[in-house]
Ligand binder design. Sequence first.
Ligand SMILES: Cc1cc2nc3c(=O)[nH]c(=O)nc-3n(C[C@H](O)[C@H](O)[C@H](O)COP(=O)(O)OP(=O)(O)OC[C@H]3O[C@@H](n4cnc5c(N)ncnc54)[C@H](O)[C@@H]3O)c2cc1C
Length: 592
Amino acid sequence: MSDYVAPLADMRFVLENVVDLPGLAKVPRFEHADPEMVYGALEEAGRFFSQEFAPLNRVGDEQHSRRNDDGSVSTPDGFSAAYRRYVDAGWGGVPFPADYGGGGFPWLVGTVIQEMMTAANMAFSLCPLLTQGAIDMLLHYGSEEQREIYLPKMVTGEWTGTMNLTEPQAGSDVGALTTKAVPADDGSWRITGQKIFITYGEHDLADNILHLVLARVPDAPPGTKGISCFIVPKLLVNDDGSLGERNSVECVSIERKMGINASPTCVMAYDGAVGYLIGEPNEGMRYMFKMMNNARLSVGLEGLAVGERAYQAAVAYARERRQGRAPGAPAGESSPLIDLPDVRRMLLTMKAQIEALRCVAYLNAESIDLANNHPDESVRQWRTELADLLTPLTKGWGTDLGVELTSLALQVHGGMGYVEETGVAQHYRDIRIAPIYEGTNGIQAMDLVGRKLGLRGGGVMADFQAQIAGTIDELGRAEGDLAVIGDRLDAGLSALRDATDWLMHEGLSDPVAALAGATPYLRLAGVTAGGWLMARSALAAQRLLGDGLGDAEFLEQKIVTARFYCDQILPQVHGLVPAVTAGADDLVAAHF
Ligand SMILES: Cc1cc2nc3c(=O)[nH]c(=O)nc-3n(C[C@H](O)[C@H](O)[C@H](O)COP(=O)(O)OP(=O)(O)OC[C@H]3O[C@@H](n4cnc5c(N)ncnc54)[C@H](O)[C@@H]3O)c2cc1C
């Protein structure tokens, strides 16, 4: 079904009013990213992904990728041709440096494009997504020579990338991996071991695949301190850049899964495969940590993207389907679902949370850009901290929301949602992986409580709360809807403060108690961050309305949605405080 329409007006509103794309375009590295030109590119991207990727979403779900007897993997009909057009159009290179053939645009712009690509076809989008992760690793830690050899082809998308962390005994506990790397005489390495769950580990979309593989060198220390990262090309690359011999790595099987069926999830066998060390031995985990913000933001974005796609389907269905009679509707006529109060509640619950999540995800992306590129050291420092804090929220809260939003969209469809015909069931099945991979949401919550709360002795979270308080002050000077939003946000901030203080004080003396409350705390922090940015949206909309700028109906709707979020969703945080501060006694006492 090609029924996805990129929500360009909503995206642009966030880019201009919640984050500051025009400001970002003044940062020296991004001076060519003129906002009007960016909006034009986004419009074109919306058209491209709606037309080229979205119609293949159902095909991919029905056909799956298939492993052939010779170990090759065939993607569903139409994928290869659409991927070629994606490469030709240059979408994969947008946020990467011009030195390697990229567009040199901010990560924020790449993030918006990624939202569209993922909404159009989540299973397809994973191939470019994994390539992006591999490019990022090489840009940060690859040698000059490695970058010259691999990056130009990867930036265009002619070659794709994979990330090989997981082994049967090493999932969340990456430090338990046992894949081995031994040095060869020519300075390269030989990699032996088995990796599981490798996304796009084998496929027919590109000429070559660069596997980034975590392995242990001889005498490496145990655990995460002894992990090194290697490039293992599927086809070895000759000195002149041409493709050479097949390396000894193969896909031995692919998994049957609940969703994202077009994405081949491969068991990969490395049998003395030629590999090239990235950076220093035993530093692989540190490198991975450095890149985690980008990858986790991308997965959080999946919750937003697939949630938006499912929301659009729900609205369309609710307009068409008639059942019962809405209060006040003429007798003898059945009403469209969209007129029924409970259906409107579901739709607005989706709409408001999607908008809140988009704000948080884009702020996260903007923070990554400013952390890496702003000329002022203090701005770089704060944005590094903010990106660190927001990343587990975008990933954890965003992907949980993805599941909830698609579930609500399914509910709007009634029985037709549960059968496959409408396509909404696929969104629900597809997004269910997102809370699991790229660090389960349980691991995100531990990261938030165990690492991020302690940043700068608690100062980062305190500064974050101070920013929310600043918005509350602004709202306090307003009237009507905005004043109500301010009151709700003030109460939400108190809940965040109470829960944070408890974790910082009681929790420090009893880490088990803190970890027991980590997941509800992540939710609490995510919902509050969303409320904060929805309040800022409302302030901006009010300002624009006052100045007579923009589309009045669109701006009034921004205020309605923000009010609903702050009135009806944000108060959830009060119910979460007891779960954060309960301690672990019940968890310890329970028998299973
Ligand atoms: C479709 C798909 C695609 C994937 N793609 C890739 C890929 O491209 N590359 C790659 O390397 N991997 C990939 N993975 C693997 C994925 O990242 C792992 O499945 C994930 O990290 C979880 O590991 P696990 O499955 O072993 O679960 P486990 O680690 O066994 O976790 C099971 C449960 O226990 C909890 N848990 C585990 N440890 C802790 C702890 N210390 N404290 C509290 N709770 C804990 C988890 O939160 C989870 O709820 C993919 C997986 C799937 C299903």
